[in-house]
Design a binder for this molecule. Structure first.
Ligand code: DX5
Ligand code: ZN
Length: 214
């Protein structure tokens, strides 16, 4: 089954506990948390204090997506709350060392690539990754349109994982909806992030179940 990681980026933050209950009741597998610093991406979101509070109020594993410059400076902090901790290959940190550190700190490691970065850039690091996140929009904002170029990258990563006999989750993030989710799953994605689509769905539970069946 495909795992679903709802993103709270578009939720009402004063109603966050309701959103958490809603996602849990809907049968979400993970909870996707987008951390933005206004430097690596042209937007600001939230950081550790919010994630620490979320951690206290949910049993869902936290899937933290760092969109921050030189993320290795903050790995220790985020690892205290994250279950899956991911950073961008383009963000200026030593990639192998940071992936190893994430695992040493007891988290699952995720390496993330922007739409302009080829899948092959990840290949040398695959054995240090528990998950690879392929962005299907330019990172920074929810509610954007899915870029089909992500599909070819998912296929290339799936093939390379088989070639190296590695079991790595492949996550896709940005513009996932009823039309794009089946394409991503068919291309090899095992974890789908969905923000605006899930939060605008009439019945989040039915929508999550529908995506999980893909
Ligand atoms: C964008 C974020 C995404 C975003 C997805 O930078 O990484 O996680 O919340 O939102 P939708 O599903 O609305 O594209
Ligand atoms: Zn994200």
């Amino acid at each position: 089954m495909v795992k679903i990681s709802p993103s709270v980026l578009t939720a009402d933050f004063l109603e966050l506990s309701d959103a958490l209950r809603q996602m849990e009741a809907a049968g979400a597998d993970l909870l996707h948390l987008d951390v933005m610093d206004g430097v690596f991406v042209p937007n600001l979101s939230f950081g550790m204090p919010v994630i620490e509070s979320i951690k206290k109020h949910t049993r869902l594993p936290l899937d933290v997506h760092l969109m921050i410059d030189r993320p290795h400076r903050y790995i220790e902090d985020f690892a205290k709350a994250a279950d899956w901790l991911g950073f961008h290959l383009e963000a200026g940190s030593p990639v192998e060392e940071t992936l190893r550190r994430i695992r040493e700190l007891g988290c699952k490691s995720t390496l993330t690539i922007k739409p302009g970065t080829p899948a092959e850039a990840v290949f040398p690091y695959l054995r240090f990754c528990d998950m690879v996140l392929v962005m299907s929009v330019e990172p920074g904002f929810g509610g954007q349109k899915f870029m089909p170029s992500a599909l070819e990258k998912l296929r290339a990563l799936r093939a390379e994982c088989s070639r190296q006999s590695l079991s790595v989750e492949l996550e896709v993030d940005g513009g996932i909806n009823a039309q794009t989710a089946p394409l991503a799953a068919a291309a090899g994605a095992t974890v789908l992030v969905a923000g605006s689509f899930l939060f605008s769905a009439g019945d989040m539970g039915a929508t999550v179940r529908q995506l999980q069946q893909l």
